[in-house]
Design a protein around this ligand. Structure first.
Ligand SMILES: *Cc1c(COP(=O)(O)O)cnc(C)c1O
Length: 371
């Protein structure tokens, strides 16, 4: 079936007892046992599993064309489950512009437990030079945050496969509507479902989807059920509900993003625009080959440094001055000040999450703020 149909049906079960068309939220933490001690429903205790979580995991696995998915209470918890599933001493190679929350997690919580190198992952020579005998994982994120750099997934997974190294791809910026990394050889796809899956800036969640059910995956499932960083039944319900409109929301987001990027590129106050959907993007060709859409995150640099960038974010009225992405409302931020003092993000860079307002209103708002 096509992705629009999967999004609507794969996460929903008509309730057999009430015939409710929409699956109810099951709040019960515990489930009645049979006389013989078994669990007829397959559910025993809500940390281990819950019907709303099963429904969510089912639709997530199908959206990414995987065989199984696990849902977590945040994107960072999903990333952490991957790191916790690795044997101590495993070496990880990650991009130097990895999502800062996960980079800080590795540096602060896994120091002395795992080894890691943050490198220019798109430079094949540099990547090969960093592979060691204990390298077990290559982490990629594409498009990257906030520079919208493209990593050629197939190129990385081919190198990794030759050395028996696993590849995890953070697919948060693209969503499965724009990119499906498992089909390009990645072992596991990671998402912050706080972003496009949730889509309304009102819940926090994380996801892993696998292409193979193997020992490694079973370890990750154990981290979920034994570690306990699970999403609530209500959060699972809202995510399943939001996912039904994901394909159509992404179309709207991308339509607006393309037009806004094209507008910004022509503006005299704008130094450069970073959006993979623009032919001027240095990796537009690579993006076109591995993506079915270019997402809706735009970064742009203004003439006039940090002061001008902050001025623009202060003047907008339709855009909201806030971090995060993927919601129906457009967000704008001066990225360097969000990332803190050790940031390498240019001081004149503004990051935009393009929402679903009318494009004419978004352009008019930016035009006034840039003037
Ligand atoms: C937000 C985000 C995360 C972390 O997810 P949380 O839900 O905030 O824990 C990871 N990767 C990317 C690319 C993100 O945008």
């Amino acid at each position: 079936m096509k992705i629009e149909t999967i999004a609507i049906h794969a996460g929903n079960h008509t309730d057999s007892s009430t015939k409710a068309v929409i699956q109810p939220i099951v709040m019960s933490t515990t489930f009645e046992r049979d006389i013989d001690g078994g669990y007829a429903s397959g559910y025993s205790y809500s940390r281990a599993n819950n019907p709303n979580r099963s429904a969510l995991e089912n639709v997530l696995a199908k959206l990414e064309n995987g065989v199984d998915a696990v849902a977590f209470s945040s994107g960072n918890a999903a990333g952490m489950a991957v790191f916790q599933s690795l044997s101590p001493g495993t070496h990880i190679i990650a991009p130097d512009d990895m999502y800062h929350g996960l980079r800080n997690q590795l540096k602060n919580l896994f120091k002395g437990i795992l080894e890691f190198d943050f490198i220019d992952i798109n430079n094949t020579g540099v990547l090969k030079a960093h592979i060691k005998s204990n390298t077990g994982l290559i982490w990629i994120e594409t498009p990257s945050n906030p520079l919208l750099k493209i990593t050629e997934i197939r190129k990385i997974t081919t190198i990794a496969a030759q050395k028996n190294i696993k590849v995890v791809c953070d697919n948060t910026f693209a969503s499965p509507i724009c990119q499906q990394p498992l089909a390009l050889g990645a072992d596991i796809v990671m998402h912050s479902s706080t972003k496009y899956f949730g889509g309304h800036s009102d819940l926090t969640g994380g996801v892993l989807v696998t292409g193979n059910d193997n020992d490694w995956w079973q370890k990750i499932r154990q981290v979920q059920s034994m570690g306990g960083a699970i999403p609530s039944p209500t959060d699972c319900y809202y995510l399943t509900r939001s996912i039904k409109t994901l394909p159509y929301r992404m179309r709207g987001h991308m339509h607006n993003a393309q037009l806004l990027a094209e507008y910004l590129e022509k503006h005299p106050t704008v130094e450069k625009v970073l959006y993979p959907g623009l032919p001027s993007h240095p990796q537009h060709q690579a993006a076109s080959e591995q993506m079915t859409g270019f997402g809706a995150m735009i970064s742009f640099c203004v003439k006039g440094g940090a002061e001008k960038a902050r001025d623009v974010t202060n003047k907008v009225k339709v855009f909201t001055r806030a971090t995060s992405l993927g919601g129906v409302e457009s967000l704008i931020e001066h990225r360097a000040s969000v990332e803190g003092p050790d940031t390498t993000t240019p001081q004149n860079l503004i990051r935009v999450s393009v929402g679903l307002e009318h494009i004419d209103d978004l352009i008019a708002d930016i035009q006034a703020a840039l003037a």
